[in-house]
Structures are given as C-alpha cells and as structure tokens.
Design a protein around this ligand. Structure first.
Ligand SMILES: [Zn+2]
Length: 285
C-alpha cells in the first residue's frame, strides 16, 4: 500500500479513515496512561508490563484502549478494585485530538500534531494526577518543537520562499523566538506574582511548557498559552471559588495551570491565526 492508496482510501471512506486515526490516537493515549502513571515516580515506561495495583499482570485484552475499561465496567478483573476513569478519559481525549488534527489540519501539520498534542496530554495528565510535572517530556516538547520547525517549516507558515533552506531557517527562528518569549514571559509573571503574593506563584514546569508551546506555535502562541491558559484556569476553578464563597470558606483548591496552558496551547495550534483575525475584527468594530 502506497501513500496514494491511503489518500484514495481516505477520500472514499472519510468516516472509516477518521475512525482508524481515532483508534491510533486511543492506542497512543493508552501509552500516555502508562507514562502519566510511571514518569513522575521515575519508573521505566517499558518494563514491567501492565500490572494491577494488587500485583497481578493485566492480560492485553483488558488493556484494549477504551473497550477494556468499558468491558470491565471500571473494575479490575483480578481483585475488583476500581479503575480510575482517568484511563479511558485520556484515551478518549487523545483519540478525539487525533481525529480533529486529521480532519482540520493540512497533512504535514497534522503529522506534527501527533507529536505535539500527546505531549500536552501527558504533561496535563501528570499535573492533574499528582501535581508533579516531570522534566523529561517537558523538555522533549521544547526540543521536538525546534527540530520539527526545521523539518516542517509550513507549521510556522513558512512556505513563501522558493529556496527551501530559507523557509527552514525562518521557521527555526520563529520557533526559537517562541521559546525565548515563552520563557521570559512566564519568568517575569512568576517573579512579579511571587513578590505580590508572597509565595511561589508559578512553577518551573510552567516556564518550560510555555517555551514548548512557543517552539511549536511561535511567540504569539506562547503569549496565548499564558494568558489564554490563565482564563481557562480561572474558568475551571470558578465553580470551586463560588462554592467556597457561598459557604464563606477560604478557597483551598489550586488553579490547574499546566492543564489550562496545555488547552490554550492546543487551541492555538489548531486555530491561532484565525483567533488573531477575530480579535482584530472585534477590536476594530
Ligand atoms: Zn488487581
């Protein structure tokens, strides 16, 4: 089967093609679950094979993305322990992101999305799971962003120059500028915020994440990642804030910054330039 065969197949059966892409996404999500579970603990993501919390190995048919959990109705086969809804959720979100990338992005950008989006899901998952974002995937986000900019300059909108090397160089500069702006921006906000609040306002993980989004999306993406992410964060924390206010208690929850920034970073990757246009039109009217 050649690439052309694949394209023909996709055109003839768009729903089936999207479903296949979603299945691949679900499998990637299944692997992300392993990473989210093990990376913050410093464990190997390769060995040992899947094990239940009770120590029993899990046969592969119960590990089939989404369906394994549904089939087991969220309980382990060996010891009936509850399996967190996080597992199918990560698989579902990754599957949907793959389908969205396949459907809405040009092929080259969709391929880059298959690296970028899973890393965002992984970082958000680690943060939600135990408030601990491992450095390795975070730095991987920055590194792959810079490398992929050179390999696929069209992701940074660099297609105009007839000399391919110029496109690659410009895309690389765009990515590096994104890293620089993302790093500097969060560092300043963090420093000022820490002085004002009298405690650590943001973590180092936030700085690296914002730099990574900058590497994939350019400096505008990094800016959106921080400020758009703040809005997402406040909106998600709002129910808890209001509840605490009504009860007259002090709000003890934390704003989930890494997942919020990841969401903003993903939104920008899909529809960044259109968002700028919307904003300009709105500001001009
Ligand atoms: Zn068990």
């Amino acid at each position: 089967m050649t690439l052309v065969d694949l394209q023909n197949f996709a055109q003839l059966h768009p729903a089936l093609a999207a479903l296949s892409v979603g299945a691949v996404g679900a499998c990637v999500g299944s692997f992300l679950n392993v990473c989210i579970h093990r990376l913050p603990k410093g464990e190997s993501i390769v060995t040992p094979g899947s094990r239940c919390a009770c120590g029993q190995p899990i046969p592969f048919w119960y590990n089939i993305p989404l369906f394994g959990w549904l089939f087991l109705r969220g309980r382990a086969h060996c010891c009936a322990a509850r399996i967190s809804v996080r597992y199918p959720l990560v698989e579902l979100v990754t599957a949907l992101l793959f389908i969205a990338a396949w459907t809405f992005l040009p092929p080259a950008k969709a391929a880059v999305a298959c690296v970028y989006l899973p890393l965002l899901v992984l970082l958000a998952g680690c943060d939600l799971d135990d408030m601990m974002v491992p450095d390795a995937p975070n730095f991987a986000l920055v590194g792959t962003g810079v490398i992929l900019a050179m390999l696929v300059p069209s992701v940074h909108g660099e297609t105009a120059n007839s000399i391919e090397a110029v496109n690659r160089f410009r895309a690389l500069m765009d990515a590096l500028l994104g890293v620089a702006v993302g790093t500097a921006l969060v560092w300043w906000i963090r420093t000022i915020g820490s002085v004002l609040a009298g405690r650590e306002a943001m973590g180092e993980a936030d700085i690296i994440l914002c730099a990574g989004v900058g590497a994939f999306c350019g400096w505008q993406g990094a800016v959106f990642c921080l400020f758009g992410g703040s809005i997402v964060g406040v909106v998600t924390a709002l129910p808890g804030l209001i509840q605490a206010k009504i009860k007259g208690e002090e709000y003890v929850g934390v704003v989930p910054f890494v997942p919020s920034m990841a969401i903003a970073g993903a939104i920008w990757f899909f529809r960044g330039p259109e968002l700028v246009m919307l904003w300009r039109n709105w500001a001009a009217s």
